[in-house]
Design a protein around this ligand. Structure first.
Ligand code: SF4
Length: 671
């Protein structure tokens, strides 16, 4: 492409072993693979040699803004990081969404992505300032926590006063180098923990996947970026018109999304009374008109930004859901300064808070069942964790999180590899109950469960207490927590008109049957990938319904009505100059999910691997029924057919791959 609109024209390839930096023309990847998850899939398929493990130098760590990141498209600030995932039991590729401003800043610097591979001979960081890209020693930052480290790095760079274009720019606003945007790992990542996250600013992180561990395995502490360019839209006038329409629709929805509640659903049953009092302001990603996160300033710990799961992380370990009501043992617990202390500590050490909700819950269950000892002394002897009854104190957080981040002791070392691997090993010594308690909390892919209130079933989420069949299929087929990018799948429950509008059938509104679910799951799975590839936050997209909040003059809308499922395509077309219908964009997303599937097939994934924890087949849901294995296998047949995959094997068919311009992939797979 001679002129780039919405994309900016180059992707950085950084080989840390040879310290060679290459600027690849973006037309190797775009428009065909869109951006975000599409870029990740294309790079992993093309460049990661077969047999590579997640923590090997040859794994690619891809920092992937989406097609629309950096434009004025609504909520384009969420972007993705992907690689072969060390947290996954089979190290399949995965992707983690991260908010904030880094992705947009990278595009202002002139890059549509950064691909990192190899391993540096000493700790380094990458500094990107427009055309100038340097690999620098990180000896002054290695060992620092992931938040203070970012501040020190920005201050040091600002003190150099060597920005190439500063002479022509005002020394303020985002041109001030103190506002450089950084992603950084903490000690957990430095120690290649499989549950380490990559932090950005004071609370944004790529948590799921363990990509902080991949960064640490490459001796890469941070990537700082500052750009002085812009992201152009092909048709700015049309862009503004569509954006105005979208903004009105979101305003019409009148969702109460305010910072004290962190995220679209609020605190989900936690008691927000104390932390709410410490909210200082709203906090949002680049280009977001909502700003769904709170910025907290709580006595005794540094201030920072947080969302719902973080706020629950050190307050609640009910047993199964990360955002469930407090365990009866802790029902009098209030969110307080200690809650915030735990949140901050996890972020500083760079441990995935979502995984910590599982570890804390599992540890407490093991303690209640006396698995590691019937006294605190025995528990400590077997685990190295002292004063288990003090779970919830600052001292306990220091002890446990420190053990994990620094791989201290046998137990700390095990937990640093994630609960899947830890429980698998520990069951040999302590019996299968260790594993059952793990399975209850982790659905599939080594991922912390997100379908709330399993079994004991309290609260308003999935009506059976288990994921509805659409969610079951997405958990089983993917390599990540699907509810982290497909939260919209709950909206059509009991609303046949909404179900029909997005899934093409009314039956999928019934969460108690498999009718219509294969079609629905194939669409939801692919639509989630579209959000992750072109850059729409799934908190608000797709816009399924609009409920007028107030009428403007001349408007006659009354009551709830269906939203507009095509707005993503309208924005994409205006921004890129490439005219696409929503069906064409979905077909591009099918290209991405099929390439992701092909990578996993190449790594050995087959139909029999597409499942979730046995716990859900063996234990009744809220209505007294476990998942029915016969019905489950039948709905899988139908799902594969909708995806164009062979129902016998789960491998994409040649016909489907060729229809997506992936003939080379079909040839490689030998289908
Ligand atoms: S709704 Fe929240 S997570 Fe989504 S883009 Fe806005 S601030 Fe970021």
């Amino acid at each position: 492409m001679a002129d780039w609109y919405s994309w900016v024209g180059k992707v950085l390839d950084v080989d840390l072993t040879s310290e060679k930096i290459t600027k690849i023309p973006s037309d190797r990847y775009f428009p065909n693979f869109l951006g975000g998850r599409g870029l990740e899939a294309k790079v992993i398929w093309d460049d990661v040699p077969e047999g590579t493990k997640a923590l090997d130098p040859e794994n690619r760590l891809i920092f992937a803004p989406s097609s629309l990141t950096g434009t004025n498209s609504p909520m384009n600030g969420r972007w993705n990081i992907g690689a072969l995932a060390p947290s996954h039991p089979d190290e399949y590729p995965s992707s983690s969404a991260i908010g904030g401003h880094w992705g947009a800043e990278l595009k202002f610097a002139g890059y549509d992505g950064v691909i990192v591979h190899g391993k540096a001979s000493r700790p380094v960081y990458l500094l990107i300032r427009d055309e100038e890209v340097e690999i620098r020693s990180a000896s002054n930052y290695w060992g620092l926590d992931a938040i203070e480290g970012q501040k020190k790095l920005a201050a040091d760079i600002a003190a150099e006063r060597s920005f190439p274009d500063m002479a022509e720019k005002p020394e303020a606003g985002r041109y001030n180098p103190i506002n450089i945007r950084t992603v950084m790992i903490g000690p957990a990542g430095e120690n290649s923990s499989r549950i380490a996250c990559i932090m950005h600013d004071s609370g944004d992180s790529a948590g799921q996947g363990g990509f902080g561990g991949v960064m640490g395995s490459k001796n890469l502490k941070a990537i700082s970026v500052r750009g002085s360019g812009a992201v152009k839209a092909k048709d700015p006038q049309r862009m503004m018109e569509v954006i105005y329409k979208i903004r009105r629709m979101i305003r019409h929805e009148a969702r109460v999304v305010i910072p004290p509640f962190g995220g679209p659903g609020g605190l989900y049953g936690g008691d927000p009374s104390l932390l709410t009092g410490y909210v200082k302001r709203a906090d949002g990603c680049f280009g977001c008109q909502v700003g769904c996160r709170g910025f907290f300033d709580v006595p005794g710990s540094p201030p920072g930004q947080a969302q719902c799961v973080q706020l629950q992380m050190y307050n609640n370990w009910e047993g199964v859901g990360p955002v469930a009501p407090p365990h009866p043992d802790f029902s009098n617990r209030q969110q307080d300064e200690t809650t915030w202390y735990g949140i901050r500590l996890a972020d500083e050490l760079g441990i995935n808070a979502y995984e910590l909700t599982g570890i804390l819950s599992w540890l407490w269950a093991c303690w209640k069942e006396k698995i590691f000892g019937s006294t605190q002394a025995e528990f400590e002897e077997n685990t190295g964790i002292s004063n288990i009854e003090d779970m919830g104190s600052k001292e306990f957080a220091d002890n446990l999180f420190g053990m994990i981040a620094n791989r201290e002791g046998e137990f700390g070392n095990l937990l640093a590899d994630g609960l899947y691997r830890a429980a698998k090993q520990l069951k040999e010594k302590f019996g299968n109950r260790v594993w059952e308690l793990y399975e209850e909390r982790y659905v599939a892919s080594g991922s912390r469960q997100h379908w709330f209130y399993i079994g004991t079933a309290r609260g308003p989420a999935d009506p059976t207490g288990y994921a509805n069949p659409i969610g079951q299929l997405m958990w089983a087929i993917g390599s990540r927590d699907p509810y982290s990018n497909c939260s919209f799948t709950r909206e059509p429950y009991a609303k046949p008109d909404i179900a029909k509008s997005i899934y093409g059938n009314e039956e999928s509104a019934n969460p108690f049957t498999y009718d219509g679910k294969a079609q629905a799951a194939s669409i939801a799975y692919t639509r989630g990938c579209m959000n992750d590839s072109i850059g729409f936050c799934d908190w608000f997209f797709p816009i399924l319904t609009v409920e007028p909040f107030f009428k403007e003059e001349g408007e006659e809308e009354e009551g709830r009505h269906l939203g507009d499922l095509t707005v993503e395509a309208q924005v994409f077309s205006a921004a890129t100059g490439i005219e696409k219908t929503i069906d064409q964009l979905m077909e591009d997303s099918y290209r991405v999910v099929n390439l992701e599937r092909a990578i996993m097939v190449r790594m050995g994934r087959r139909r029999e691997n597409d499942t979730f924890s046995n716990f859900f087949f063996n234990n009744p849901d809220r209505r007294g029924n476990p998942v029915d294995r016969v019905a489950w296998e039948k709905v899988k047949d139908d799902f594969y057919s909708y995806m164009g995959w062979d129902p016998k094997t789960g491998i994409p068919t040649r016909a489907r791959l060729e229809s997506l311009d992936l003939k080379d992939v079909a040839d490689t797979l030998g289908v």
